[in-house]
Structures are given as C-alpha cells and as structure tokens.
Design a protein around this ligand. Structure first.
Ligand SMILES: N=c1c2ncn([C@@H]3O[C@H](COP(=O)(O)OP(=O)(O)OP(=O)(O)O)[C@@H](O)[C@H]3O)c2ncn1[C@@H]1O[C@H](COP(=O)(O)O)[C@@H](O)[C@H]1O
Length: 110
C-alpha cells in the first residue's frame, strides 16, 4: 500500500490490536495502561514539539513530529473508544463551510 491517508486507518487497526497488550513490550499498551491522562499528556507534548519544529524552520522535524502527533492522537482516540471515522465524518460535515463564516454564526470575535 502506498503511503497515503489510508495509513492512518491501518495504524489505528494496529493500535487496537496492541492496546490490551503487554506494556513492557508495546508502547501503545503502555500509553493505554496510563489511561486518558497519560495519553492526553503525551499528545500535548507531541503537539508542542510539532509547533517548535515549525517555528524553528525544522522541516524534517516538522514531518517527524507530525507523525508522532498523529500516532499519539490515534492512541488517545483508541483509549477513549472513538473511531477515526467519527472524526472523518465531522470533517465531512464541515466541508465547504469557511471557518470565518462558522465563527461569525456563533457570534464569536477575532
Ligand atoms: N507509529 C508509531 C510511533 N510513532 C512514535 N512512536 C513512539 O512514540 C514515542 C515518542 O515519544 P517521545 O518522543 O516522548 O519519546 P520518549 O521520551 O522516549 O517517550 P517516554 O519515555 O516519555 O514515554 C517514541 O517511543 C516512539 O518510538 C511510535 N510507536 C509506535 N508506532 C506504531 O505503533 C505500532 C505498535 O507499536 P507498539 O505498541 O510499541 O508495539 C508500531 O509498529 C508502529 O507502527
């Protein structure tokens, strides 16, 4: 399979197959054993590392940290029992609606 967006679904299936595994041999299982607090904290750390790579102009780092970010995002979804398809459906629901218009409809400021 070529490396494309389907990689996310394949990785999510791998994560589901590992989440109840041995935390000593599976990083996924180790994260899930730590519950939502650990999964969420690690996702936050990867988000910050992604932002730092972007702001320092580290293109290779931005790609690598983005992969870490997506992996940890999928682990958090798996830990919370949410399928990525639920997020895809939400994105589809928003398709074609500008964020500027959406914000204005909520009466939100800048
Ligand atoms: N895609 C990934 C993936 N991306 C990043 N990581 C791990 O995420 C961690 C990144 O966290 P940090 O940078 O904070 O590293 P760290 O400081 O060493 O981590 P901590 O000690 O703080 O936990 C590293 O240990 C990476 O190896 C991943 N670990 C696993 N996968 C995939 O998940 C599959 C299952 O992995 P296991 O559950 O370990 O079998 C693997 O085959 C891969 O396909």
């Amino acid at each position: 399979m070529a490396a494309d967006a389907r990689q996310l679904d394949a990785l999510f299936e791998t994560i589901l197959s590992r989440k109840a595994g041995d935390p000593a041999s599976s990083y996924t299982a180790k994260l899930v054993a730590g519950g939502t607090p650990l999964c969420a904290r690690k996702l936050g750390e990867e988000a910050v590392e992604t932002v730092v790579a972007a702001l320092t102009g580290d293109t290779k780092g931005l790609i690598s940290e983005s992969a870490d970010l997506l992996f940890h995002w999928l682990v958090l979804l798996a830990e919370r029992g949410i399928e990525p398809a639920a997020v895809y459906a939400e994105l589809e629901r928003r398709e074609g609606r500008s964020g500027i218009d959406e914000k204005a409809s909520r009466g939100a400021g800048q």
